[in-house]
Design a protein around this ligand. Sequence first.
Ligand SMILES: [Zn+2]
Length: 330
Amino acid sequence: MTIFSWHRSEFEQLAQRLAQLPHALLLRGLTGIGKRGFAAAVARGLLCENPPAPLESCSQCQACRWMASDSHPDFRLLEPEAAQTTADEEPDDKKKKRDISIAQVRSLTDFINISAHRNGRKVVVIQPAEAMNVNAANALLKNLEEPPPNTFFLLVTDRPHMLPATIRSRCQQLPLRPPTLEEAGAWLKQAGSAHPELALAQAGGAPLLAAQLDNPEYWDARRQFIEGLIRRPFEPLALAERLASHAVPRLIGWLQRWTYDLASLSQGSRVRYNPDHEAALAAAAQRMPALEVARLHRELVRFQRVVNHPLNTRLLLEDWFLRYAQLDRG
Ligand SMILES: [Zn+2]
């Protein structure tokens, strides 16, 4: 994982005050903009034994080689066991173990209390920090209150408000900005994206999310979804059946973004997520009751937060599509 050009200046500012680096940093910012890559780069920079410049890493020394193979004895990464998937695309069977447990935090005790193996520094990355449950956060608090010398905690979060205030107040906050559309588009093109603009729109401007979803399978499934949704007459039950094999969070996410765009258009704002279907959206927004669409959108957002192992995808989709159909009888 690397550090992105749009975070370069934050990284350099950190490097300039390396000697006064706080023992706990809270890296916060939107989902999918590269915060984890930033944390990883800081960790490498802190542990590198032959840094070419402050906080830079050489990628040659023993420490850098260990970091590359996830085996540095002075580094710990705490994340939920069900990591490596995003909320949007998470398969249903990975819903468990989304917490960072107290046992994981307690496993740091020995690590923190023994002296470092190599250059004297030790680094702990916790991501996403809000995945710590209350007990885990309390256990961590002790470490943050009495920081061991030369030990650095890097907490990464999309949702700082979900962290206990006690944790937040003991970290120095480092906001990481999202890239501009131009920066993100340029990066995606360079990464070989087939549809950089549309992928970015779908991902709400987050380039890493955009890169992840920009694949033929995604576009094909989305095409099916939208064709079904704009077909006249709309056939909610048939569409639910056709899409029943797809992951629920993805489908609900699409309907949520579609209704967001409808609500946005009826308030005189612009299409955000589905710029390739602006005409169909505008026509639908004309004939659908704006307040009801906005309400449906809010309910989808709430539902998306709790969606978890639905017993029957088809029945669930039927329900939402029928509600959409009721609003779109034009
Ligand atoms: Zn190195």
